[in-house]
Design a binder for this molecule. Structure first.
Ligand SMILES: Cc1cc2nc3c(=O)[nH]c(=O)nc-3n(C[C@H](O)[C@H](O)[C@H](O)COP(=O)(O)OP(=O)(O)OC[C@H]3O[C@@H](n4cnc5c(N)ncnc54)[C@H](O)[C@@H]3O)c2cc1C
Length: 365
C-alpha cells in the first residue's frame, strides 16, 4: 500500500473524465485518470454529438483536436420530414459531429496526457473513502493502492459503482424502450447526414449515423412490449427486418442491446457537465461549494433535456389508445408546420420549454 496526493482523480477515462482531465491539467491542476481498459473496444455508446454539444466541445478547446484526430462533420439531419441543414437552422449554426467512440477516447486521453495529466490504464477502482480526505482504492496487476485526492470525479459511466460508493441517490424513470445498435462497415452512403426516423404506428425509431471510413452505426429503438429482444449477433437478421419496417431508408442499409435515455444527447450533456464543473472549480477555491453549484446547474439543464425527450416519446413512440388520439391531433399540425417540434435535442436545453411550447407540439393550440 502506498499513498500519493492529487488535486483530482477521475474514476474512468471516457469522454467525461478525459475532457475534464485535459481542461484542469492544462490550468495547472495535478490530475490522475484511472481507466480499467487497456485498449478500448467498439461498444454501443454513441457517436453523434448534436450542435449544442459541439458548442460545448468548442468551449472546452477540444473541437479542433477531435476534428483532426477522429471526428467528421454532419451538417445535415433527417427526422423523417426531409433533410435539414443544421448550419442554417440551429442557434449555434454548427453541424453535428460524429466519430468512432474508441478513437475519440484514445484521442482525448492522449490530449490530457500531453498537457500533464497522468493516465493509468488497466487500473480498476475498487472503492472510495469519502470525507475531508477522500481516497480512491485502486487495483492493478494484483497490487492495491490508496490514492488521496482533493476531489474524486466519478466518471465511470452508466453502470457507475462510484455513485453507490459516494452515497448518491439514483433516480430512474420508467424506460419502456430498448435500443439495439450494430456497426456496419464498408458501406457506401451519404457521409454528412444523421438520420433519426420515428414510426409512431410501431413505436419504433431507426437511426443511422456515419462514423467515417465507410463505417455507420445503425440503431433500432423499440418498445419493451414487443415479443422479441435484439441481443447477440444471431439476432442480426431480425434487427435488419425490423429496421426496414421503420422507414424504407433503413432497408437500404444492409449487438449490443441497452438503452440511451436521452435520444443521442448523452455526450452533449457530458461535455456540458465537464464545462460547468471546470468553470466552478476554477472560480471557487472551496471545491465542496463548487461541486454543489455544479450539481444545481446540472439538475436544471438535465431537467429541460429530459422533459423534451419525454414529450418526444409521448408523441412519436408511446403505444396506447391515449397516445393514438394525441397523435391524431398533433401529427397533421406538425407536418404542416415543423417549428411545432421542440428543438432541444439539436439546439440545446436553453430553448424555451413552457406550457405554450408543449401545447403547440401536442396540437392543443
Ligand atoms: C446505446 C447507447 C447509445 C448512445 N448513443 C449516444 C449518441 O449517439 N450520442 C450521445 O451524445 N450519447 C450517446 N450515448 C450516451 C453516451 O454513451 C454517454 O453520455 C457517454 O459515454 C458518457 O461518457 P462518460 O465518460 O461519462 O462514461 P463512459 O463513456 O461510459 O466511460 C466510463 C469509463 O469508465 C471506465 N470504468 C468504469 N468503471 C471503472 C472502474 N471501477 N475503474 C476504472 N475505470 C472504470 C470504463 O471502462 C469507461 O472507459 C449513448 C449511450 C448508449 C448506452
Amino acid at each position: 500500500m502506498t499513498a500519493s496526493r492529487y488535486d483530482i482523480v477521475t474514476i474512468g477515462g471516457g469522454l467525461g473524465a478525459s475532457a475534464l482531465a485535459r481542461a484542469m491539467a492544462e490550468r495547472g491542476a495535478k490530475v490522475l485518470v484511472l481507466e480499467q481498459e487497456r485498449r478500448f473496444r467498439d461498444r454501443v455508446r454513441g457517436e453523434y454529438v448534436c450542435p449544442w454539444g459541439v458548442t460545448e466541445a468548442k468551449e472546452l478547446g477540444i473541437l479542433d483536436l477531435l476534428r483532426r484526430n477522429c471526428a467528421g462533420e454532419l451538417p445535415w439531419t433527417d427526422l423523417g420530414f426531409g433533410p435539414r441543414n443544421l448550419l442554417e437552422t440551429t442557434p449555434q449554426q454548427l453541424p453535428g459531429l460524429s466519430f468512432s467512440h474508441p478513437e475519440m477516447q484514445e484521442a482525448l486521453l492522449a490530449a490530457a496526457e500531453a498537457v500533464g495529466a497522468e493516465v493509468r490504464r488497466g487500473v480498476t477502482v475498487e472503492r472510495i473513502e469519502t470525507g475531508q480526505q477522500p481516497v480512491v482504492v485502486a487495483a492493478a496487476d494484483g497490487h492495491t493502492e490508496r490514492i488521496a485526492a482533493r476531489l474524486i470525479v466519478a466518471a465511470d459511466g452508466r453502470g457507475s459503482q462510484a455513485r453507490k460508493w459516494g452515497g448518491f441517490t439514483l433516480e430512474k424513470n420508467a424506460q419502456p424502450f430498448l435500443f439495439a445498435g450494430v456497426l456496419l462497415t464498408d458501406v457506401s452512403a451519404r457521409q454528412d447526414m444523421g438520420v433519426f426516423i420515428f414510426n409512431s404506428d410501431l413505436g419504433t425509431i431507426g437511426v443511422v449515423i456515419p462514423q467515417g471510413k465507410a463505417r455507420y452505426r445503425a440503431y433500432l429503438g423499440y418498445p419493451t412490449t414487443v415479443d422479441y429482444r435484439l441481443q447477440g449477433s444471431e439476432k442480426l437478421g431480425l434487427f435488419f427486418s425490423e429496421s426496414a419496417k421503420v422507414a424504407p431508408v433503413f432497408a437500404e442499409f444492409h449487438a449490443a442491446s441497452t438503452s440511451d435515455p436521452s435520444f443521442g444527447q448523452g455526450m452533449s450533456l457530458t461535455l456540458r457537465d465537464v464545462r460547468v464543473l471546470r468553470d466552478e472549480l476554477l472560480h471557487n477555491s472551496d471545491w465542496d461549494q463548487a461541486g454543489h453549484r455544479y450539481a444545481e446547474q446540472h439538475d436544471a439543464y438535465f431537467h429541460n433535456c429530459h422533459t423534451a425527450t419525454v414529450w418526444f416519446r409521448q408523441i412519436f413512440q408511446e403505444q396506447s389508445p391515449e397516445a393514438a388520439l394525441r397523435r391524431q391531433r398533433a401529427l397533421p399540425l406538425i407536418t404542416e408546420d415543423l417549428t411545432r417540434v421542440p428543438d432541444h435535442i439539436f439546439s440545446g436545453p436553453e430553448m424555451p420549454l413552457d406550457d405554450s411550447v408543449r401545447s403547440r407540439f401536442f396540437g392543443e393550440s
